[in-house]
Design a protein around this ligand. Sequence first.
Ligand code: ZN
Length: 304
Amino acid sequence: MRAPLIILILILLAVLALVGYNSGWFGTSATGPSPTTAGDILPGAPVGPGAEPDEPVGDGGLEQLPDEAQAQGPVDPVNTPDLPAAGTFGHFPAGELLPKSGSGYLDRTTWSPQLCFPFAEDAFANSQVYGAGGGMGPKDKPSQCDASNYSLPWRDNFCESRGHASPLCANGKGHQGQDIRPATCKKDKHWVVAAEDGIITDMGTYTVTLTGAAPPHRVYRYLHMRMNQLAVKDGATVKAGDKLGLASNDFGGTPTTIHMHFEIRSGVSGVSTDGKPVKLHTFLPPYQSLVAAYDRKRAGQACQ
Ligand SMILES: [Zn+2]
């Protein structure tokens, strides 16, 4: 059992190293030319409900605690000289997770360079499990409505310790997406919007999937909206910025905290160290794209 796992990990590391090198993960400022590399992104899977990969849903609520606690703290890139600039609002760099919440990564790729920020209003990216009121949150802050959850700076939580397959995270497992809280701690009030022009290709018990119309046909999955008050139906065509639904806490039978879990999937390709082509269609870190999108939103730029 162990040997295939080790080989898989080696292949993934090779892919990461190669894609990272090609796209400037390890030495590109976010303020420089976008490292997003069309050449590295393959066309996505065909559009349609049947094409939706049967992936484990990557979110966890209060009742779904991380099953892979890690002894090692997150990668701390604070002192590296090529960090992204702070931008126009307060946010920690991509990969700098809350202490002891998981392992970061060195990805500085803006995987969706024209992303439309997926909330109509202001919003706060941070961890809903490790933040105040979360299952692994600080004991002295038991309320999910704590001001710390509804203020800057933002925090990446893509590689937070979870048991879900997430190949770009250090141990191959992670959270698969980014948690974002709406403008206020009130559910069913704040609109979640389309990340780009596309089609609603799947609806689950508490998930809505949007597949981008244009190559590389990125797949965006939104979790925990108010599912019985959605603004769209399965199969609907949407434009970037169109309302999809209201941020809520739907999580099947058991509610989670009020937040929207946001994922980006697309194809990435590379070559292993022994020259073999490797292709993946998988979860990509959304944080850097969200930061850039939020900067555009704050600058008054409309989604296109
Ligand atoms: Zn989540």
